[in-house]
Ligand binder design. Sequence first.
Ligand code: GLC
Length: 448
Amino acid sequence: MSADLWNSAVQVLDTNWSDDHMVPSRRLYPHQWSWDAAFIAVGLAYVNPTRAWRDLRSLFEAQWPDGRVPHIVFDPRTAEDDYFPGPGFWEVPAYGGRPARGSTGLVQPPLHAVAAWEVYRRAAAHGVACAHEAGAQLAWLYPRLVAQQEYLTRRRDVSGDGLASIVHPWESGLDNSPSWDSAMAAVPADLRLLERYRRRDIENADAAHRPTDLDYSRYVGLVVNYRDAGYSDAQLAQRHDFVVECPSFNAILAAAELALAHIAAVVGADPDQHRRRAREITAAISTHLFDPRTRTFRSRDVRRRALSPARCVNGLMPLLLPDLPTGQAEAIMAEARSARFGLPERTGLPLPSYDRTAPDFDPLRYWRGPTWINVNWLLRRGMLMHGYHGEAEDLRTAMIRLVHRSGHFEYYHPDTGAGIGAPAFSWTAALCIDLLADRSVPAYARAA
Ligand code: GLC
């Protein structure tokens, strides 16, 4: 099974390569996406590190002067009509020598430092020339990764509590998660906005799996508001309707600082500043995003200073952080094992994106129930970090089994494991390669 799966994953990545970047999927997502590039690099590290570096570099060449890394970098060869909202909708002006309409003005979770470190540390296995290339690429990326962190920690700390806010659900990477419902309820929904634009996503995918028109009009309205203010982050709490701190986004922000500490040591910079920032962000997550009553992490609506009532997969991601207090790590594991999420021991499948017991759990609609490989991959890393080796290995096996059985889909039905969304999806293939290669569980840990 492993060889077939490995080969099919490599083939997906070959098919989705487009000159200097990877597309998440040929039809549904015909441009470059930010956090996809990070997951993709993790897999390419084993089979084509040169492409891993190229993809990351293409993304960071589109970094804005203020440090933000756009959530989509548009491929000028793709027609405006092939993706909505396309470049003409975002109206991003020219910057840093790049032509206008080259990217969006939103961000996505900053997983790139973690990815760059993974590609670097695997480089030696490919020989001396590859190791040399990795050193040079890492040195090029380091100041840009630092600028990305500084943008998020300075301009996006709207609450002043040391956490980065997202200004749109799409910035979380978990687009229509129930985690945003309570904050989104206050965002005006103007269905007329959709009349002016044509949704391309429901032409390429089943409408029952995608966000509803009402949600979509809110998404569009939020972009219009941010765009019309020139994508400025000044006074966000006063003039923007959606300002939210996500536990997953911020856990990745802190994990990036830890990866930057490793990278700094290689490129001759100071690792301590990064370790310190990682500790500070971890402490802020632990203090402000943990609900002591239910013992779960939740997203926080900054404008109303309220935690979301929804128990979503983003609440499990702080497990990525080594300095998380033990009691909170245990609380995450209890939630992951419970009937709400059900580790593979219960279901044989990786975890769903939302609480299975919630009345609005929806096994088909995007981030409102289905199983995604990327968040399970992150969770497994967290389990290894905190010493849950047996459960991490079960999760690894469940992910591999699922992809082997159903194919490299964008996401999966959480009960049947049937593949849904885009087939031949890049991050599923890339992470599968990593899962097949990375048997970091020592034999004794399984026996214990
Ligand atoms: C969807 C996902 C997002 C991903 C994008 C491209 O919008 O929710 O996380 O980056 O597709 O794959």
